[in-house]
Design a protein around this ligand. Sequence first.
Ligand code: PGA
Length: 377
Amino acid sequence: MAKAPPPATTRRSPLTTIESSRDRERLRTVVFPEHSDLAIAVADRIVEVIQRETRARGRVVLGLATGSTPLGVYEELIRRHQAGEVDFSHVITFNLDEYYPMTPDSPHSYHRYMWENFFSHVNIAKENVHIPEGVTPRERVVDACAAYEDAIRAAGGIDFQLLGIGKTGHVGFNEPGSDAASRTRIVTLDTLTRKDAGADFFGVENVPREAITMGVATILDAKEIALLATGEHKAGIVARAVEGEISTDVAATFLQRHQSATFYLDLPAAAELTRINTPWILEGVDWTPAMVERSVVWLAERANKAVLKLSARDYAEHQLSPFKCSIGCATRFGDGPSCPTTSGCSCSRPIRTTTSSRWAAFCASCGKTKTRSSWPT
Ligand code: PGA
């Protein structure tokens, strides 16, 4: 039975995103400190596309995803629909994938997921919904996949494609080895993907070994793409997809070739992006006291030394040299004294930094450290 939709929301304050250097990023990322803002931002964008395209062409084509990540977006779209803000009667949808074999009424089927979590709560026409059929006889699968591609083309192509990302880097079920030219087809699921789905199926042995999925090329044909990722378990693969080389090892890296692909991330999923994890190795860092503290603690861990034992060389070897010359004025230790660590040091004020267990001060020029107790007053 379909779940009751959540109550309608009222207007909210502007969404907050984390803005920082994107030097290492090969596609657009938006990072939300508030997890719930992510679903709202993506729903905002989908509603805009629906309204723009239905005004212009009388219909709109959405590519949709399943899994736990997009659930918040579907809830938000249902709320908007119930609040009279969005009409789905001219919306055509194509889902990314379905397990094979899989009957549509199975609790594990993506057909059932889509109807329970989204379609039954909005005014979409049943004939406008397309999901690969997990019951197609094997000898007809190739034709059915070609027909799926034809149907997307006949609908005018996908205006907006929603994606999740698996720990293997899959988008849809394009597992490692999928190439940029791949189209809708039957695939073998990666062992890690089956393991991740094991809990839902009450054991990995019950997870189907195959699936039918749109290909990488099918996805890249979409006019706009939004990949959503939440949770720290996605942080490693997100960083690889955003900052790594394009490779068939990680299908999501192909999104780097798209003109209009955006990764919408919560903070845990963004945690391994350079701009979040080690922003001090990028240009133009805002050297707040908190940033100084994080970078020194990071350096101490990296160099495997106590904070007070870090040398100028440690700073230089870990790309923290700019830190030494640029922050002196930003985070001075009050009106503290001249640096006592070395004679002839050009730094007139030491920089205070703390760790959870102790704090120290060090010179922005020479990088040497002193405890507060030994600091001359
Ligand atoms: P998840 O799945 O949203 O359940 O993490 C994403 C995916 O495998 O594409």
